[in-house]
Design a binder for this molecule. Sequence first.
Ligand code: ASP
Length: 318
Amino acid sequence: MRAIIKYLIGFIFLCCFELNAKENNDNIAIVIHGGAGWFSGMPESEIEGIKNGLKDALYVGYKILENNGSSVSAVEASIRILEDNSLFNAGKGAVYNADAIQELDASIMQSKDHNAGAVAGVRKVKNPITLAKYVMENTPHVMFSGDGAELIAKDGGIELVDESYFHSEKNLKRLENVQSKQNKLGTVGVVAIDINGIITAGTSTGGMTNKLKGRIGDSPIIGAGTWATPGCGVSGTGHGEFFIRYNVAKEICSRHLNRNISVLEAASNVISELKSIDADAGVIVLDGSGNSAMVFNTPAMARAYKNSNGDEIILIYK
Ligand code: ASP
């Protein structure tokens, strides 16, 4: 009898806990970046196009969260929108390396069990974020590069395109004018928290214009350009070598969680430390309550945020 009562109490406790967990997580939120940089000398129409692109991605991701979808689905869907928009340095808009080839990087990570997937140096994958998600969910590994990654894409039925799909006269011009920081295209990233409190972060990029062949930046590196852990998620943009060397995304979450400071304070500290060593950098961060930080040390960062309190922001300049 005692055992039955104990079982019933345990059952009731579990039920309530589950209900509480659900009830407590009405803080759904999504934050997006479309790259940190200068954005000066850009025609007004392009600035408008970037803002519209952010808005499209924001709404698609938010709708998924609102319909009780997972943050993994929201991040993937939002990043796909940005990858298909040639105004961003990811997917279709990827910049060229020094050999006038486009090599794309992407990663995704979710907080629940630190599951993660990443691809680096892919040349034929239309939406690298989808392949990163496939790696996370369907392989025992975290990261694939080049031909191996494209084989996995084939196995997974993930859309491959001819390299000519990524061709862009504008980006070839950018390669020629690489000294000018004026008209830099932006990497994209999304962090979202869903109804179950799970945070997912994702990042996708063509990397840095004129990078050497085979160079891999921070965007596909878990802990550097992308990180998600219970209570904190980050996606970064900027000079990838510094993000890798200082493990920037994880560093921000570690400071937030271990020093009991807000994500805004943690991100501001790290980004200003990067400024002091001449590293261009920007990050978007979410905490476990859906509060965001959008911090950068460049003149501008394309960014957007939306949450269940009705807050909505779409901005480029400071
Ligand atoms: N972080 C990216 C890289 O280094 C570039 C960027 O965000 O602009 O590949």
